[in-house]
Design a binder for this molecule. Structure first.
Ligand SMILES: Cc1cc2nc3c(=O)[nH]c(=O)nc-3n(C[C@H](O)[C@H](O)[C@H](O)COP(=O)(O)OP(=O)(O)OC[C@H]3O[C@@H](n4cnc5c(N)ncnc54)[C@H](O)[C@@H]3O)c2cc1C
Length: 339
């Protein structure tokens, strides 16, 4: 039986709910299937797009090649030493499912990243982060199919070159690797990360003075549920823009005109500017261009109110970028991957 579906709809495979077609679609349930799928004469010469949960993708057109859905499963404890454990997780596992499983097993470190949509295999692509923690803090290594060499490779943290919503896979390694598993180094001792003001406030409001990892996860889930639209109800890809990073001089220059500008010191002379605040101040919250709109409760989130195309979302994003450039002389970089 052919592993490919031809002219397949991708609507169910992107959280914006955008209608676009793949010339060919295949599902990978086991990494061992990769050589046969990729080597098939029908797709060998065509471009490849890997999709996990499709929650960080903007599909601006039909895809003229092979879309590979990564759906392999499995979570395996590999060993324990010095109060830490190594856990190998198949790329197709659901991210939040892993966070919940880890809590049940007493493997700590992922709690702040509760409820982020998508798969484990996509988490290294933008070094997912939330509530003061990034994937890289628990990352050990990953296994990936290297399309250039046609073999499996193991990449450690250094090789992945993680940055703020950034990694090798968004730069020099873009379109080169299919991640098939990620190995985490997690703590057996409950340690909590409370660096984020909003998280501390939520725990205080819940009357939790000595939070456990479970309390952190519960608080993060409550905060996210209040703040972010559910893609099943209103198509979106979470934060649409990264927070721009500027130096001290630029920050001070902006503060002359915008004394209330929200910024976060990075400790190295650099400051992250709250992109959501700037977009909100520029009057974009709730505004729409056709069916593409800025979410009413959070200006950093673009939504599909129904029937928006990728081009509609892209046009709205570009209009916001141009306005922010004019007002603040700052460049907003989109977070989702545009295809
Ligand atoms: C409501 C909402 C809230 C969100 N909140 C956050 C947040 O707090 N923090 C955050 O960092 N992100 C957040 N996101 C973005 C998104 O959830 C993450 O980026 C997530 O890791 C994407 O996973 P995915 O499987 O859906 O990736 P996809 O959208 O399927 O893919 C994203 C990119 O990764 C590539 N890719 C996917 N899987 C693989 C693989 N196995 N091998 C190689 N390449 C692969 C794709 O080709 C694409 O370039 C949010 C999204 C939504 C909708």
């Amino acid at each position: 039986m052919s592993p490919f579906t031809e002219h397949a709809s991708l609507k169910a495979h992107n959280s914006f709910g955008i209608e676009a077609q793949a010339r060919y679609l295949a599902v990978m349930r086991d990494a061992a299937e990769l050589p046969a799928i990729l080597g098939d004469a029908r797709v060998r010469e065509l471009p490849l797009l890997v999709i996990g949960g499709g929650s960080n993708l903007l599909l601006t057109r039909d895809f003229p090649g092979l879309v590979l859905l990564v759906q392999n499963r499995g979570i395996e404890l590999q060993g324990e030493e010095d109060g830490a454990c190594r856990v190998r997780v198949a790329a197709g596992e659901n991210w939040h499912g892993l966070v919940m499983h880890a809590l049940e097993q007493g493997w700590y470190g992922l709690e702040n990243l509760s409820l982020i949509p998508g798969t484990v295999g996509a988490a290294p692509i933008q070094n997912i982060g939330a509530y003061g923690i990034e994937l890289q803090s628990c990352f050990d290594s990953l296994e990936a199919w290297d399309i250039d060499s046609g073999r499996m490779v193991t990449l450690d943290r250094e090789a992945c070159a993680f940055g703020y919503r950034d990694s090798l896979f968004k730069r020099a390694g873009r379109d080169r690797y299919i991640i098939v598993s990620v190995t985490f180094r997690l703590s057996r001792e409950p340690r909590v990360h409370l660096g984020y003001t909003e998280l501390k406030a939520e725990l205080a409001a819940r009357g939790v003075a000595q939070p456990t990892p479970r309390d952190i996860s519960d608080a993060v889930i409550a905060l996210r549920t209040r703040k972010l639209p559910d893609p099943a109800v209103l198509g979106n890809a979470g934060s649409f823009f990264k927070n721009p990073v500027v130096d001290e001089e630029k920050l001070e220059a902006l503060q002359v005109f915008y004394p209330k500008l929200v910024s976060y010191p990075q400790g190295n002379g650099l400051h992250k500017l709250a992109a959501g605040w700037m977009i909100d101040q520029a009057g974009w919250k709730g505004r729409a261009l056709g069916a593409a709109a800025v979410y009413e409760k959070q200006a950093l989130v673009l939504v599909n109110r129904g029937g928006a195309t990728g081009a509609d979302i892209a046009a709205l994003a570009r209009a916001i970028q141009a306005d922010i450039r004019t007002r603040y002389a700052v460049e907003l970089e989109p977070e989702p991957v545009w295809v």
